[in-house]
Design a protein around this ligand. Structure first.
Ligand code: PPE
Length: 311
């Protein structure tokens, strides 16, 4: 990764190389952290952050689900994010806020451990590759099931929960695929290792419902609205594994990945093995929304005002 100059840490702007923690940080041992992934895009109005407020609202909710009081409000964190992007001189970037149980107590009772918050920003290109974004990725259904709501909180974006995604990612990578699709504990299609999933059959777009242990993706919601605005029918329902093989089109959405077509699942070509028409239509409209090219979705972008911009 390419370092930037500054990182925001507990209210201060510190040098990238000085943003360090003690080895006995609680979150490092037990995964007691919550985080977000957000993107800032270069638009005609200058740099603008996509669905900024929604991401910080989800961070606060994730923290609450793990009984972690946030020492800063969402408004303070949004202001800090904008200032951080400006001070680093970035026009577009990935934004990673993290709140975690800090140094001071060990053991599984975390409520007395301090909560530290940091925000880092850096340039992050196509998560699943430029080639994947244009021509689609090859995916494999992982043997690892997505974390069940009996054991963890699928709707929380919590650090420790990502060990599940990481096992799935490693398994599929070693098998020679670019992305993992996880089933939920009932065997229904759930999501990618870091993306929500959409399946197109007979002109209708389907995506797993909230009850399928998904992360309630902000891009999932945006892509649903965009597809409906384009006139497509979008249905939230349980999806069987074999429907991935019989689908006309499959695509993934996420902040890091944006919208990525899937061209093969378990070595079965999806449709004719190249991104289909509906995927392309939604992907193009989604890309326009991200970059502020559509009036209708401009309210989803939070521009970095001139006053917050330095240099
Ligand atoms: N499911 C999971 C498990 C997930 O991690 C993400 C985002 C999504 C769905 C899509 O959510 P949203 O970004 O709100 O549309 N994954 C983040 C982390 C990726 C990483 O490698 O780190 C992201 O895309 O930023």
């Amino acid at each position: 990764m390419k370092p930037t100059e500054l990182i925001w840490m507990n209210g201060e702007f510190v040098k990238w190389e000085d943003a360090t923690v003690h080895v006995l940080t609680h979150g490092l041992h037990y995964g007691t952290g919550v985080f977000e992934g957000i993107r800032c895009y270069e638009t005609e109005q200058g740099p603008a952050i996509f669905r900024h407020a929604e991401h910080y609202e989800r961070l606060e909710r994730s923290a609450g689900l793990y009984y972690m009081p946030m020492p800063y409000s969402s408004e303070e964190l949004r202001a800090a994010t904008k200032e951080l992007i400006s001070r680093n001189g970035l026009r577009s970037c990935y934004i990673r806020p993290l709140a975690f149980r800090g140094y001071g107590t060990m053991g599984l009772f975390p409520l007395e451990a301090p909560v530290d918050v940091c925000i880092a920003v850096w340039e992050w290109g196509a998560y699943l590759g430029e080639e994947g974004k244009s021509n689609g990725v090859r995916a494999k259904v992982s043997s690892w099931r997505r974390i069940s709501p009996d054991s963890l909180v699928p709707q929380a974006k919590a650090s420790g929960q990502y060990l599940n995604s990481i096992l799935a990612k490693i398994e599929t990578h070693k098998a020679g695929y670019e992305e993992a699709i996880l089933l939920d504990d009932h065997g229904h299609v759930c999501e990618g290792s870091g993306e929500n999933v959409f399946v197109v059959r007979d002109g209708v777009i389907h995506t797993p419902p909230q009850t399928a242990s998904i992360l309630d993706g902000i891009n999932r919601r945006s892509a649903i609205q965009i597809a409906r605005d384009l006139g497509f029918e979008v249905v939230e329902r349980d999806i069987g594994r074999s429907e991935l093989y019989l689908a006309d089109e499959v695509y993934l959405t996420g902040t890091a990945a944006e919208l990525v077509p899937v061209r093969e699942v378990d070595d079965h070509p999806v449709g004719d093995g190249s991104p289909g028409e509906i995927t392309r239509a939604v992907q193009d409209a989604f890309d326009d929304a991200l970059h502020g090219r559509t009036e209708r979705y401009r309210e989803w972008l939070d521009p970095i005002e001139v006053s917050a911009r330095i240099g």
